[in-house]
Ligand binder design. Sequence first.
Ligand SMILES: [Zn+2]
Length: 112
Amino acid sequence: MAYRHPLRHRRHGSFGEGLDLSTVIRTCIGCRERVDKTALVRVVGIGSSSNWVITPDPGGSLPGRGAHLHPTTRCLELAIKRKAFGRALKIEGTIDTILLAEVVRGTNDQKN
Ligand SMILES: [Zn+2]
């Protein structure tokens, strides 16, 4: 009863076929760097046909198309400059990033 199958305890066995579920790589839409998605914040566009609010989704639970970005002012500005939100989220019109900017500013508190 106390016998445990040794294979059960190998978290990094050879069964993964290179698919390691603990490392998910996403591209930051600001600096285009490919990094572990835990370093990025997921955002979704919430709105209607021409008015969108970029909404941070740190829990990854909001439905819809998401984009990923470093929670830094630099990457936020790069993404805005490149109109990356519209492209990544397939949205057009007014794109409001105030909500996201607040989160980014909060995350960067220690730097300022
Ligand atoms: Zn970035």
